[in-house]
Design a binder for this molecule. Structure first.
Ligand code: TRP
Length: 353
């Protein structure tokens, strides 16, 4: 397909730590599968990471880690535009412009904002009046305006590249919905047909949900239940062997408890079907030993992650290569972004005297 006929794909990951197996199976491996058929622009969302005030000394290291992990997972800088968000100043300018069309109310009603604000303010329940708490809060730091306008910045990441497809997980669906709303609002406010509405991109019907090791929900950085791509063999085995289970099936053909089902789900993601069937059957006839299941699971995860880990370490040490990749990516990303920004300024009536 000719380059200009390809659909434009945009996605990013916040630089707030190393990538885990959930990021890999849920996002990164999809990014890799899209790189031949689409015009993909993948970036590292370091400005978004600022909402939670990372240590300035850590910022650059975090960006480097994600970049090395992107490349180690198989993203090819010759096929994709790989860049760092803050290397594209056009994003920040358009963020200011789009903020003029975002309502405080709709931003305050966004689930991710309510969640983070509630946590920051120590409000436990769904029903509590967080608006009052926020307005009356005197420390003023815990819920910053960047947190509120997070979806505007994300919309800009997407719209400034004129993206058609945005591969993201379910937790980002609401942000994508806001992006579409901002696009429509911009078009109708200025009477133009400028932005098209980007849609989520899913492979097949079901998005993969990667469970964590602590018996509860999905794998997530903050949950302390994850397997990182960078984990070494020993660490990884230890984590898997310590995963939460239960006392074992009491009678044949029981439905597994959540923690055990999580391990089966992980196994389905990394192991051969006959291996999964073997352990499912062993569970069904009560002969299962969780120790064996975990050993096998660790083995199969390692098969997937160890080669990636080696490439990460290799790439991570090559500063020159990393700088070259992001410089090349920034140049392309800015070319697209500056064209959009020029149009947007023009449409909004910002013109040179
Ligand atoms: N908000 C996304 C997340 O936390 C990261 C992100 C920022 C993003 N800008 C984006 C994802 C643009 C897709 C497109 O996962």
């Amino acid at each position: 397909m000719a380059e200009q006929d390809k659909k434009i794909v945009v996605s990013g990951i916040r630089s707030t730590g190393n990538l885990h197996l959930g990021n890999y199976l849920g996002a990164l491996s999809k990014f890799v599968r899209m790189q031949d058929d689409y015009d993909c622009r993948y970036f590292i969302a370091d400005l978004h990471a600022l909402t939670t005030h990372p240590d300035p000394k850590q910022m650059q290291e975090n960006v480097k880690s994600i970049l090395a992990e992107y490349l180690a997972a198989g993203l090819d800088p010759e096929k994709n535009t790989i860049f760092v968000q803050s290397d594209v100043p056009e994003v920040s300018e358009m963020y200011l412009l789009l903020n003029m069309h975002a309502g405080i109310g709709e931003l305050m009603r966004t689930a991710s904002f309510k969640d983070k604000a509630r946590k920051a303010l120590g409000i436990a329940t769904e029903g509590d009046d967080i608006e009052k708490e926020i307005i009356g809060n005197n420390t003023n730091r815990s819920v910053n305006a960047g947190l509120l306008t997070y979806p505007v910045l994300m919309a800009v990441d997407i719209l400034i590249q004129r993206a058609n497809l945005v591969p993201v997980g379910k937790d980002q669906e609401q942000h994508l919905e806001l992006t579409r709303r901002f696009a429509r609002r911009f078009n109708s406010f200025y009477g133009v047909d400028y932005f098209s509405e980007p849609v989520n991109f899913n492979f097949g019907a079901n998005a993969v949900k990667v469970p964590g090791l602590d018996g509860s929900g999905k794998m997530g950085k903050s949950e302390g239940n994850c397997i990182y791509l960078i984990d070494d063999e020993k660490t990884l085995r230890k984590k898997v062997m310590r995963a939460v289970t239960d006392e074992g099936p009491k009678e044949p053909n029981q439905t597994p408890s959540q923690p055990v089902e999580n391990l089966f789900t992980l196994m389905e993601l990394v192991s051969e079907p006959d291996v999964v069937a073997h352990y499912r059957n062993a569970y069904a006839d009560c002969s299962i030993r969780y120790g064996d299941l975990k050993k096998q699971l660790a083995e199969d995860i390692l098969k997937m992650t160890l080669p990636i880990r080696e490439r990460i370490l290799d790439i991570r040490g090559n500063d020159q290569y990393l700088s070259k990749v992001v410089a090349q990516g920034a140049e392309k990303a800015r070319e697209y972004a500056s064209a959009t920004l020029r149009d947007v300024r023009e449409i909004m009536g910002i013109k040179k005297l």
